[in-house]
Design a protein around this ligand. Structure first.
Ligand SMILES: NC(=O)c1ccc[n+]([C@@H]2O[C@H](COP(=O)([O-])OP(=O)(O)OC[C@H]3O[C@@H](n4cnc5c(N)ncnc54)[C@H](O)[C@@H]3O)[C@@H](O)[C@H]2O)c1
Length: 337
C-alpha cells in the first residue's frame, strides 16, 4: 500500500521564496517523466495548505501555475485564534515557515511590523504547532542573523550578532525556535539561506530594482561605493535545498544554505547592465544604508555533506534567466510599487 503523504502547511506561500517552494513541492513525490508528473505533478489540494496575509509583498499571481493544488487561507500569523482554528481543521504534519517582513530598508524606517510578524507571529505558530503535535517545523531564518564578516565564512556554530532591525527580528525568532527545541523537545529545523534572486522577487530588492530602474529609463541606485558583498543563490536552488532539509534534515539541527557565489553590489549591477545591453554607467551612488553590513558569507558544507544538496544555477546563468523573466513579465515588474 502506498504511504500516506505528509500534509504540509506553508506560511508566506504567496511570497517570493515560499511560492518557489510550493511550485517545487508539486514535483516532489514524482520523478520527472512519470505519469503523475506528466499530468502536472501532485494534485492533492488537501495535501498542501498555504497561509498568507497578502501584505504588499504577497501575490497569488506567483501561484497561478499551481492553482487548485493547494488550500489557501488569507490569515495573519499573529492572529492566534485564526491560526489555531486552521491547525485544528487542517491537522498538518509539517509546517514550513517563510512568512516574514523581509526588507532591511523598511525595517530601518519602522521596525514595528518586523517585531510583530517575525517574532510574535513565529511564537503564535510555535505554540499552535505544540498544541496540535506537529511532527516537523521548518523555520526559514537568514544568513543576516550572523551579522557581517569581512573575511572568512560563518558556520552553523558561529554566534548570532545581527545588525539591522530586520536581522535582529529574524535572530529573535531563530533563538525562540532553538529555545523551544531545548525546552520542549520541539521538532524543529532551522535553515539560514543567503541572498536569493530569481523570477517573481518584489522590485525593492537589489536585482529586480536594478532591472526596473533601467527599464524605466533611469539609473540604478547603488549604496555608498557598491563595495558590499552578498552571496547569491538562485531561488529554485534554494527551494530544492529547503525541500531536501524538510525530507532528510536532522530534527533540532541548523543548516546554512549558501551558493558560495559572492559578488560586490557594484559588480552585480554591472552584470545586469551588460545583460540588458545598456551603458555600464547607468548607475548612481546614493547615501549608504545606516549600519550596512559589508559582507555575508556562509560555509554550507554541512548540507552538502549530509544531504548531498548543491546549487545548479551559476550566477551568470541565473542573472540571464532572471532578466529574461522580468522582460517577459514587465507589467508585473512595473506595477510592483
Ligand atoms: N529573499 C531573500 O533573499 C532571503 C534570504 C534569506 C532568508 N529569507 C527569509 O525567507 C523568507 C521568505 O522571504 P521572501 O523573500 O520570500 O519574502 P517576501 O517578502 O517575498 O514574502 C513574505 C511573505 O510573507 C507574507 N507575510 C508577511 N507578513 C505576514 C503575516 N503577518 N502573516 C502571514 N503572512 C505574512 C507576505 O504576504 C509574503 O507573501 C523570510 O522569512 C525571509 O526572512 C529571505
Amino acid at each position: 500500500m502506498r504511504k500516506r503523504l505528509p500534509k504540509i502547511l506553508v506560511t508566506g506561500g504567496a511570497g517570493f521564496i515560499g511560492s518557489a517552494f510550493v511550485k517545487e513541492w508539486r514535483w516532489f513525490y514524482f520523478p520527472k517523466g512519470s505519469y503523475s508528473c506528466r499530468r502536472g505533478g501532485l494534485n492533492l489540494p488537501y495535501g498542501l495548505v498555504i497561509i498568507d496575509k497578502l501584505t504588499y509583498a504577497g501575490d497569488l499571481k506567483r501561484l497561478e501555475e499551481v492553482k487548485g493544488k493547494f488550500k489557501f487561507y488569507r490569515t495573519d500569523i499573529c492572529d492566534k485564534t485564526g491560526i489555531q482554528s486552521i491547525f485544528q481543521k487542517e491537522k498538518p504534519d509539517i509546517v514550513v515557515h517563510f512568512a516574514a517582513e523581509s526588507h532591511v530598508d523598511r525595517s530601518i524606517n519602522d521596525a514595528s511590523p518586523f517585531i510583530e510578524t517575525n517574532i510574535r507571529g513565529t511564537q503564535v505558530l510555535l505554540d499552535a504547532c505544540r498544541k496540535y503535535n506537529i511532527k516537523k517545523f521548518i523555520f526559514i531564518s537568514t544568513d543576516e542573523v550572523y551579522g557581517e564578516i569581512p573575511n572568512g565564512k560563518f558556520s552553523e556554530s558561529s554566534s548570532i550578532k545581527s545588525n539591522s532591525p530586520y536581522a535582529a527580528s529574524k535572530a529573535a525568532a531563530d533563538l525562540l525556535v532553538q529555545a523551544y527545541v531545548r525546552t520542549y523537545n520541539f521538532p524543529a529545523i532551522i535553515i539560514r539561506p543567503c541572498n536569493n534572486y530569481g523570477p517573481w522577487q518584489f522590485p525593492e530588492k537589489l536585482i529586480p530594482l536594478a532591472i526596473k530602474s533601467v527599464l524605466k529609463g533611469g539609473k540604478v541606485p547603488v549604496y555608498a561605493r557598491g563595495q558590499n558583498v552578498r552571496e547569491w543563490l538562485y531561488v529554485n536552488d534554494c527551494a530544492k535545498g529547503i525541500m531536501q532539509i524538510m525530507r532528510k534534515g536532522k530534527i533540532g539541527a541548523l543548516y546554512n544554505l549558501g551558493s558560495g557565489i559572492e559578488s560586490k553590489n557594484i559588480d552585480t549591477v554591472k552584470l545586469i547592465l551588460r545583460n540588458l545591453g545598456v551603458s555600464q554607467n547607468r548607475y548612481k551612488f546614493v547615501k549608504d544604508r545606516p549600519g550596512h553590513d559589508i559582507r555575508y558569507s556562509l560555509n554550507s558544507s554541512k548540507i552538502k555533506k549530509e544531504l548531498g544538496w548543491k546549487p545548479k544555477v551559476d550566477f551568470k546563468e541565473g542573472i540571464k534567466l532572471t532578466i529574461d523573466w522580468y522582460l517577459e513579465n514587465k507589467t508585473w515588474l512595473m506595477e510592483g510599487f
